[in-house]
Write a protein that binds this ligand. Sequence first.
Ligand code: ADP
Ligand code: TRP
Length: 332
Amino acid sequence: MKKTILTGIKPTGKIHLGNYIGAIKPALDLAKIPDYKAVYFVADSHGLTKIHTPNELRELSYGIAATWLALGLNPDKVIFYRQSDIPEIFELNWLLSCFTPKGLMNRAHAYKAIVDSNRESNKDIDFGVNMGLFNYPILMTADILMFKTEVVPVGKDQVQHVEIARDIAESFNHTYGETFLLPEYKIQEDTAVLPGLDGRKMSKSYNNTIPLFEEPKKLEKLINKIKTDSLPPEAPKDPDTSILFMIYKEFASPNEIAKMREEYAKGISWGEVKRELFNVMNHFIEEPREKYNELMASPSTIDKILQEGADKARSISAPFLKEIKRKIGFYA
Ligand code: ADP
Ligand code: TRP
C-alpha cells in the first residue's frame, strides 16, 4: 500500500523562494518516490481568510497552480486540485469542528500572534480576526484527514497545525473507533526557515520576498538587496550561516556547491556570491518561468487540469465522507 503524502499552498501572494525551498521543492522530490501517492492542492479557501478581492484571489490561485505545473508536477501521476472544488472537505470541516476544543484554537500560533499584537497596541484582542482565520487549523485538518494522509511536507511554521490534526483525529477515533489515520509532518531540516530581504522569515506578510518567477532584471536587483555582514572580501566566510549560500545550494549543481564552499573558505566578496547566485538561479528558472507565463496566459488549461484532479480527489472523498457520516449517526 502506498502512503498518501499531502500538502497545500494558500494563494495569498506570489510564490517566493521560501515557499519553493521550504515546501514546493521537497514536495516535488517526494512525489517522485514510488512508495508515495501524492495529493497536492491549491488551498484557495484558506486564502479567503485574507483575500477578499475576487480578481486577486483568482489570479493568485492560478499562480499557485501554474507554479507547481511549471516546476514539473505531473498531474497524471499525482492528484492535483483546487480545494474549493471538493465540497466534502467543507462538510468534514464542520463535523471536525464539533470535536475541536475551542482552547486548542486559542493556542494556534497564527491566531495567538494577532491577539498578542492587538494586546500590545491596546486594541480589542480579536480585532481583525474573522472566524475563518480562527478556525483555520480545523479546515487544514479536514484537508489532511479527508485523504487518509500519512505524511504532510510543510515548513516549520506549519508543524503545530499538523499536531492539531493529529489531536482532532485521535479525539474522533476515540469516540467512533479507528476512522482517521494520524498524519506526520515532514520538514526540511537543513532549510527550515529561509530569511527574507530584511532578515526576518521570508513571507508574503512581511513584503520581504524574492518571487520565484521574477524577471531577470528584477531578480538581480532583489538578490542584491539580501542582507550580508560587513566582512571584507578577502576574509574567510562560513557558508553554513550564510543566507546567500542557503539559497545557492538549492539551485546549483553539486560541483558548483563544492566549489562555492571552497570560495567561501578562501574569501570571496559578497558581491561576487550574489552574482553567482543570480546566474545559477536565473539559469534554473529560465524554462519553468516560460512555462509559467504560458500557463498564466491560458487559465482554461489550468482549469481543465484542476478539474480532472478534483474528479480523482472526489472519488476518494465522497465515499469516505459517507462512511464518516454513517459512523456519526446521520443515517443507518
Ligand atoms: P507565507 O509566510 O509567505 O505566507 P505560507 O504561509 O503561505 O507563506 O507558506 C506556504 C508554504 O511555504 C508552507 O509550507 C510554509 O511552511 C513554507 N514557507 C513559507 N515561508 C517559508 C520560509 N521563509 N522558509 C521556508 N519555508 C517557508
Ligand atoms: N496552512 C498551510 C500554509 O499556510 C496551507 C495548507 C492548507 C496546508 N491545508 C493544508 C498544508 C494541508 C499542508 C496540508 O502554508
